[in-house]
Write a protein that binds this ligand. Structure first.
Ligand code: NDP
Length: 455
């Protein structure tokens, strides 16, 4: 065998790349990694983690209001955007340091710079040439702006984490995860928010009851949800932005945020020179074992555009290390991946939507259980916010196919439900599980009457 500098060299220091590098090094392999920006990747640096910190920050507004019903009287409250940004930056710096330390403690050699493949076994980083038996590409993705005029005046989620001040008026474009999360964040922090989305309701692809409930709750919180509408153009004039909508309206605002999807980072990686093929959508093409069209090159995470979630990239990385370095060929299991949206209120879901379940079950049909109620907390807070919980069960086998929730603590609750679904639990198992009282979660083990079948 030719002698290479490394057994595995990872391009991209995000969640997937870092996990693969550490785990591979743990098996005794000689591993290197390169990152051109900051270790931690999208999730830690400009995604999940700072987003959730912002989401916490934006909740206090309601928490202060809710406190009154419990007897608390608060003095004047004031929000300091600069302090939030500074504290968030300090935490992200700390996490980045931890990522680097985990890598070096595992014996991974760390590089900084842009890596470009020259052939299947050679990578160039600046004037340094590195050879490796195997490469892993884990370069993630980036936000994309829609076509049209004036988008150079808009920002993406990347810039939201570094705005100099909290904008007074924000237009958020899109109806996916990032759009609803940031609409909630800006609204909670006190901005006036208009969310424009081309579809009939936010969160396309989610269960219909989830979509309707979230849309209604967001509107109650004061977000102006403009549905079935597109942005035709943006102009900058008189120190503000003017957003032209397809319904003929014009909205003045301070910030326009595009949350219109993300694309894999595949540019300038030398993929052609290395013989790595792309899919028609521009992602790196991989098989079930994350192997690309070039046998010694692998790819995981958002750059492969399979399921673009941090924990999925991490699982793909661990499956790959099992395959390559532990003699246990492992294909990632994409069934029943839970996910959450940190909107206000939160959404979390696992398994099939009602529509998907009806199609999968065919004539056998499904039993649908649904509960909508005012959470106990809001009996005293007086807040008009509903929780919606839903369970979809295959009628003949009684297997639970999908669980969905909109409301307080949904992500924390659904994580446990995902274990039950992964274990193949039937409705009977839920019925025999004793609830924890008083919680919203206990509703999932006390659902008795299915909804009548639709006509
Ligand atoms: P999504 O794919 O979720 O949503 C993109 C939104 O933009 C959709 O509403 C889409 O509309 C709309 N859109 C796309 N192109 C256009 C266009 N040309 N004109 C107008 N509207 C357009 O992407 P996000 O950017 O919100 O998030 C990217 C990914 O990041 C997510 O899919 C998710 O995997 C991940 N993520 C996960 C989070 C979590 O787990 N909590 C949080 C944030 C991101 P339509 O629906 O009509 O196609």
């Amino acid at each position: 065998m030719a002698s290479y500098d490394f057994d595995l060299f990872v391009i991209g220091g995000g969640s997937g790349g870092v996990r693969a590098a550490r785990m591979a090094a743990g098996t005794g392999a000689r591993v290197g990694i390169v990152e051109e920006y900051r270790y931690g990747g999208t999730c830690v640096i400009r995604g999940c983690v700072p987003k959730k910190l912002f989401s916490y920050a934006s909740h206090f507004h309601e928490d202060f209001e809710d406190a009154a019903g419990f007897g608390w009287q608060l003095g004047e409250t004031r929000f300091d955007w600069g302090k939030l940004i500074a504290n968030k930056d300090a935490e992200i710096n700390r996490l980045e340091g931890i990522y680097q330390k985990l890598l070096s403690n595992a014996g991974v050699e760390i590089f900084t710079g842009h890596g470009r493949l020259e052939d299947p076994h050679t990578l160039r980083i600046g004037d340094r040439k590195i050879t490796a038996d195997k490469f892993l590409i884990a370069t993630g993705g980036h936000p994309v702006f829609p076509p049209g005029d004036g988008w150079e005046h808009a920002i993406s989620s990347n810039e939201c984490f570094h705005l100099e001040k909290l904008p007074e008026r924000v237009v958020v474009y899109g109806g996916g995860y990032i759009a609803v999360e940031f609409a909630g964040i800006f609204n909670g922090l006190g901005s006036q928010v208009t969310q424009v989305y081309r579809g009939p309701q936010v969160l396309r692809g989610f269960d219909e009851d989830v979509r309707q409930t979230l849309g209604a709750e967001m509107a109650k919180k004061g977000i102006d949800l403009v549905l079935g509408t597109t942005i035709e153009g943006i102009e900058k004039a008189d120190g503000e932005l003017k957003v032209r909508l397809s319904d003929g309206r014009q909205i003045a605002c301070d910030v326009v945020m595009a949350a219109t999807g993300r694309k894999p980072n595949t540019k300038d990686l030398g993929l052609e020179a290395a013989g790595v093929a792309l899919t028609s959508k521009g992602a790196i093409e991989v098989d079930a074992y994350s192997q690309t069209s070039q046998a010694n090159i692998y790819a995981v995470g958002d750059v492969t555009d399979r399921v673009n979630l941090t924990p999925v990239a991490i699982h793909e990385a661990m499956a790959l290390v099992n395959t390559l370095f532990r003699g246990q060929p492992t294909a990632m299991d994409y069934a029943d991946i839970p996910s959450a949206v940190f909107s206000h209120p939160t959404v979390a879901t696992v398994g099939l939507t009602e529509a998907q379940a009806r199609e999968a079950a065919g004539s056998a049909g499904v039993d649908v259980y649904r509960s909508t109620f005012k959470p106990l907390k809001h009996t005293l807070s007086g807040r008009d916010e509903k929780t919606m919980m839903k369970m979809i069960v295959q009628r003949d086998s009684q297997r639970v196919l999908g669980i969905h929730m909109v409301g307080l603590d949904a992500p924390e609750i659904i994580q446990g439900m995902a274990v039950a679904i992964k274990a193949g639990a039937t409705k009977d198992v839920f019925d025999h599980t004793v609830g924890i009282h008083p919680t919203a979660a206990e509703e999932f083990v006390t659902m008795r009457e299915p909804l009548p079948d639709p006509e």
